[in-house]
Design a protein around this ligand. Structure first.
Ligand SMILES: Nc1ncnc2c1ncn2[C@@H]1O[C@H](COP(=O)(O)OP(=O)(O)O)[C@@H](O)[C@H]1O
Ligand SMILES: [Mg+2]
Length: 398
């Protein structure tokens, strides 16, 4: 790592437009949807994909692009933990106010929102939206009305709104939210007054299912855009772009390791890249560097990304010891193991709980079914490596 140069990797944060890689088809699809609201067609899409696959980053990228290309006003609200419609509207409008700073429509917006907007921050350069529960309730009840009011204040250059509702985990089991979404779409579809709006709901596929369970007609409302893992080419492009920005080159064999170990997961790719950036001391990443980076990354990923529920589950001595034995089957990373094989190396007690263990690990997303009957594999390769390291440490300790 060269002194003073900061890492081009951003584990844990949505990627900047500059380092964004891949997703070409999804970008096209989403941009077309947003473009079509300009002729008054409401669009509602659900952007789904696993944790860390890049949903927030893609939504961010699309927002920046449609603002630039189509004069769309983009609002990206992070709703993780938001549980009520009032809190949601508060977040959305606060985002809108914050994102208006430096835009030609900022003044109009603050005028429209009047007393609800105030300057905050030491230098008074930041703005905040605040409204009482009653006022928020009124906006919730007539959300299309509020957005129409907003559009009327805009100049001809602002042609529509992209509303990104990200991380709807706290709302997806709420009938209130599901019904609100449904009536929002109904109101706009049947109204005489057009409203150029695209709503992009972002979350895990389970969240979409939960919303549909609350309000079955949402199944027809959502156009689903699903993000998949990166291809090998995309993964390579990612590393080449990031490392060349700091004048570091990566040998081909090292790239192979990076691709295999990240499994095409952007979040893992960032962790590995960041570790490699720290390991490197000569501006060239070779196989040696790559290996040690992968171990460092596995350690970090284990601590940072493994869900607390997984740790809770493996606090059970039996579960932990099963997990250790499994990884000590010396599975090549990413390989499947057979139930039969596993049972052979387990103690009586462990055999007894093995099926429960597998069910639990599947639910937690640690293990998944393999291709054949009675075969399994670890979902995430860095996790597998982490468990393996844990197992090694346990044998050293004992
Ligand atoms: N297209 C991309 N190009 C580069 N990095 C990405 C891309 N998508 C995601 N990332 C990175 O992967 C990690 C997870 O991305 P994020 O958008 O937060 O995923 P999600 O919202 O699906 O959990 C972040 O560190 C982000 O910087
Ligand atoms: Mg996200």
């Amino acid at each position: 790592m060269a002194i003073g140069i900061s890492s081009p990797f951003s584990p844990g944060q949505p990627v900047s437009v500059e380092f964004f890689v891949g997703r070409w088809d999804e970008i096209q699809e989403l941009m077309q949807k947003v473009a079509s609201v300009r002729v008054g067609r409401l669009q509602v899409a659900f952007l789904s994909g696993e944790r860390g696959i890049g949903k927030t980053s893609l939504a961010h990228f699309v927002r920046v692009m449609v603002e630039r290309e189509y004069g769309i006003i983009g609002v990206h609200a992070q709703l993780g933990g938001v549980r009520s419609l009032e809190a949601m509207v508060q977040k959305v409008l606060d985002r809108l106010v914050k994102e208006s700073i430096g835009r030609p429509w900022h003044m109009r917006l603050t005028e429209l929102m009047g007393r609800h907007v105030r300057k905050v921050g030491l230098l008074g350069l930041e703005f905040e939206f605040r409204a009482s529960e009653d006022d928020l309730g009124a906006i919730v009840r007539d959300f299309p009305g509020a957005l129409r009011g907003l559009m009327q204040q805009m100049t001809d250059e602002q042609e529509g709104i992209l509303l990104i509702l990200d991380d709807v985990n706290g709302l997806s089991q709420s009938e209130e939210f599901a019904n609100w979404l449904k009536s929002l779409t109904d109101e706009i579809a049947t109204s005489e007054q057009p409203l150029p709006l695209c709503v992009l709901v972002v979350g895990l596929e389970e969240r979409r299912q939960e919303l549909i369970a609350c309000q079955p007609s949402l199944a027809r409302v959502f156009d689903v855009v699903e993000i998949r893992t990166w291809s090998e080419d995309e993964t390579r492009e990612f590393y080449e772009k990031a490392f060349s920005s700091v004048d570091v080159s990566v040998e081909d064999d090292a790239l192979d390791i990076f691709f295999r170990m990240s499994g095409g997961f952007p979040v893992m790719a960032h962790e590995i890249g960041d570790a490699a950036f720290r390991v490197d001391d000569d501006g060239v990443i070779d196989v040696e560097d790559a290996r040690s980076a992968v171990f460092d990354a596995a350690e970090i990923v284990g601590r940072k990304h493994l869900q607390p529920q997984v740790f809770k589950a493996i606090r059970s001595d039996t579960y932990r010891s099963i997990l250790r034995k499994l990884v000590q089957l010396r599975l090549p990373v990413g390989a499947e193991f057979r139930r039969r094989e596993a049972l052979e190396i387990l103690s009586e007690d462990e055999v007894r709980v093995f099926d429960n263990f597998i069910q639990r690990m599947k639910r937690l997303g640690v293990i998944t079914s393999g291709t054949g009957q009675g075969t399994y594999l670890f979902v995430n390769l860095l996790h597998q490596l982490y468990f393996w390291m844990e197992a090694e440490r346990a044998t050293e300790d004992s």
